[in-house]
Structure formats: structure tokens, C-alpha cells
Ligand binder design. Structure first.
Ligand code: NDP
Length: 326
């Protein structure tokens, strides 16, 4: 028997709680992992609270991230005792995920825990931090350098935003953090933001083109914020869009794209090819000051995760939530 959060659906509705589970209940897969830590991402919070259509089949163990030790493997690349990370590929959505003490997975989904990174640090980064790294890599791929000018990061005090600021600052970029929480200004500056802007500046309807300010952007908010970011990019600026914390709509015009040559780069972490994932985790072990994670992360137990999910959706959680599942 092992413990896990189970989301069940019946005539009374959908509910989530900690349950005793058995190995026989685990889904198919060629690697069984003894999970040490998982995390609570925006998507997990939507799944646990049933506020968004994340779970594709019931019952479901949520948790799009996990780190742990291989217990049993029929996959040639993994043997018992190996430390591994898994995130994305539909775990916690269509395949039982990380918010349990055991997981059975397809070995192709696993990434070895980078050398020098502790399991808690990997989960303090988690899908949010790895997505932040995918955004940074996309900016670099499109040629953005620190000499080009400022980078704007929206949803700054959240998980993606916090790690994006820390990585960009470490790489020498001047980062402007956009947040709705002025009380987090010290936190954001400590991560490396050179300026903190109130989110109200960007979150209403704006003009198709505004004063040029940014060389690059990491946007987790979507909606008017993303439209206003696009409108205020420098000529040929690069916007990476990965989130919808403010809405799924995109009330923009083509003006930034056809008059200023702005590029909008979509970032998806879930189906991202394995080679890019391994590179993102390698870069995180290099280009993120792991000591910064101590201010970014907080740790909770499995039984706290259900309550915490509601707070996360209300925007009350700063940084990253690591879940010690044991
Ligand atoms: P968090 O909840 O940790 O952070 C989101 C942040 O967005 C909040 O902290 C807040 O920042 C800001 N925010 C929240 N609500 C609003 C609003 N109504 N208007 C404007 N800003 C708002 O979530 P994550 O950082 O983990 O994820 C952020 C987004 O990225 C989510 O939409 C998530 O689904 C998406 N995501 C996408 C991935 C992908 O593969 N594309 C992978 C991972 C995440 P502040 O308080 O500083 O204003």
C-alpha cells in the first residue's frame, strides 16, 4: 500500500483527497518510481479543484511533476537506484502522476536527475521552472542577447516568472518584473529583477502599438497583458508566450508583427521533445543559482496539497510549492 491523492468522479461530482492505493492500481509502464517529491503547478491546482478540464480520465492521481528513485525497470536506460525526474507527457492528466508515493511510467518520459541537483531542488524548479528555461532558450535561439535591451517577465511572483527572472538575471539580462503584488518587490529584486512594474499597467485594453521598450518577453498571463507586451516590443523583439493566468484570449492586432517584425514564440512544455528537455534541465543545473531556490520554494505534505491548490489559483502562493509525498 502507498499514499496518493486521488481525484474521483461520480454522481455527486468530482472530489480529491489522500487515499491508500496499491501497486496493482498503477497504470501500465516499463519503469516504477519510488517518488520522493512532487509539486503543485497551476495545472495541478486546476485538476485538484476541478476548475479546469485538466483530468482526462478518472480516477486520476494528479501531479505533472515528480522526482524519485527507480524501483523496477524493464527499460534499457534505467536500473533500480537511478534518480529520475518526470514531467509533462500527460502525467497527472491522462496517466497517473506524481502526487503519490509510487508512479509507473514510460521510460521514454524520464530524464536523469542532473548531477549536483538535489531532488528537492529539481521539484522547486519543476514544470514551471523548466518551462521558464524553455522560454529563455527560445529567446536565445532567436538571437536575443543582454546587449539588446530589457526583458519583461509577467506573472513575475509565480512559479514560471520567479525562475525566469533568476535565470535571465544570472545570464546578464536586465529584467523588468511585472506583478500584481507590490509587497513582493523585495523578493523579485532579490531574484535579480532590476525594476518591478505594477501589472495594472498592462492588464487592460491597450493600443495596437505602444512606445517600444522590450527586447524580449516571457509572458505567463496571456489576454490583454500579452497583447500589450507585443505592442510595446522593440523592433524585431521576441515574445515567448507560455501561460494563460490572466485569460486564454489574445485581443491583439497584427500591427506589432507586420510593422515592427515582432516574433511571437509559443512554448509548450508537455510534448516538448526529449533532447530539448534534457538540455533545459542541464541548463537549469548551470544557469540557475540553486541557492535562489530557497527563497522561491516552500514545502508542504501530501495532505496539505488539496487546500494549497485553492490558494494557488487565487494567486496567493509565491514562487514554487514542493510536495514531500512521504
Ligand atoms: P502561478 O500561479 O505560480 O503564477 C501565475 C502568476 O500569474 C501569479 O503568481 C500572478 O503573478 C499572475 N497572475 C495570476 N492571475 C492573474 C491575472 N488574472 N492577471 C494577471 N496576472 C495574473 O503559475 P505558474 O507560474 O506555475 O504558471 C503560470 C502560467 O503558465 C499558467 O497559466 C500555467 O498554466 C502556464 N504554464 C504553461 C506551461 C506550458 O507548457 N506552456 C507549463 C507551465 C505553466 P503576480 O502575483 O506576480 O502578478
Amino acid at each position: 500500500m502507498f499514499k496518493g491523492i486521488l481525484i474521483e468522479k461520480d454522481d455527486a461530482g468530482v472530489r480529491a483527497g489522500v487515499e491508500e492505493l496499491t501497486e496493482e492500481q498503477l497504470p501500465e509502464g516499463d519503469v516504477t518510481v519510488r517518488v520522493s517529491h512532487s509539486t503543485l503547478n497551476y495545472k495541478d491546482a486546476l485538476a485538484i479543484t476541478n476548475k479546469g478540464p485538466v483530468v482526462r480520465q478518472f480516477p486520476m492521481v494528479p501531479g505533472i511533476d515528480l522526482v524519485g528513485v527507480v524501483e523496477d525497470s524493464a527499460h534499457p536506460d534505467y536500473k533500480p537506484g537511478d534518480e529520475v525526474i518526470a514531467n509533462g507527457w500527460g502525467i497527472g492528466e491522462g496517466h497517473w502522476g506524481g502526487l503519490a508515493q509510487r508512479a509507473r511510467l514510460n521510460g521514454e518520459w524520464l530524464v536523469p536527475l542532473p548531477e549536483g541537483m538535489r531532488p528537492q531542488q529539481a521539484m522547486a524548479i519543476g514544470t514551471a521552472g523548466y518551462t521558464a528555461m524553455l522560454c529563455v532558450m527560445a529567446l536565445e535561439r532567436h538571437g536575443v542577447t543582454p546587449d539588446d535591451g530589457e526583458i519583461v517577465v509577467t506573472g513575475a511572483a509565480g512559479g514560471v516568472g520567479s525562475v525566469a527572472i533568476a535565470v535571465l538575471a544570472r545570464l546578464g539580462f536586465k529584467v523588468v518584473a511585472v506583478s500584481g503584488r507590490p509587497e513582493e518587490a523585495d523578493y523579485l529584486q532579490n531574484l535579480g529583477a532590476s525594476e518591478v512594474m505594477d501589472r495594472s499597467v498592462l492588464d487592460g485594453p491597450g493600443r495596437p502599438l505602444a512606445k517600444q521598450r522590450w527586447a524580449g518577453a516571457v509572458d505567463v498571463v496571456g489576454s490583454h497583458t500579452l497583447a500589450n507586451v507585443c505592442a510595446s516590443m522593440n523592433y524585431r523583439g521576441i515574445v515567448t508566450a507560455c501561460g494563460l493566468a490572466g485569460g486564454m484570449d489574445f485581443p491583439s492586432t497584427v500591427a506589432p508583427f507586420i510593422l515592427r517584425g515582432v516574433t511571437l514564440v509559443g512554448i509548450d512544455s508537455v510534448m516538448c521533445p526529449r533532447s530539448e528537455r534534457v538540455e533545459a534541465w542541464r541548463r537549469l543545473s548551470h544557469d540557475l543559482d540553486l541557492t535562489k531556490l530557497e527563497t522561491i520554494r516552500r514545502e508542504i505534505g501530501l495532505s496539505d496539497a488539496v487546500d494549497c491548490a485553492g490558494q494557488l489559483l487565487e494567486g496567493k502562493i509565491r514562487g514554487r510549492v514542493v510536495v514531500d509525498v512521504n
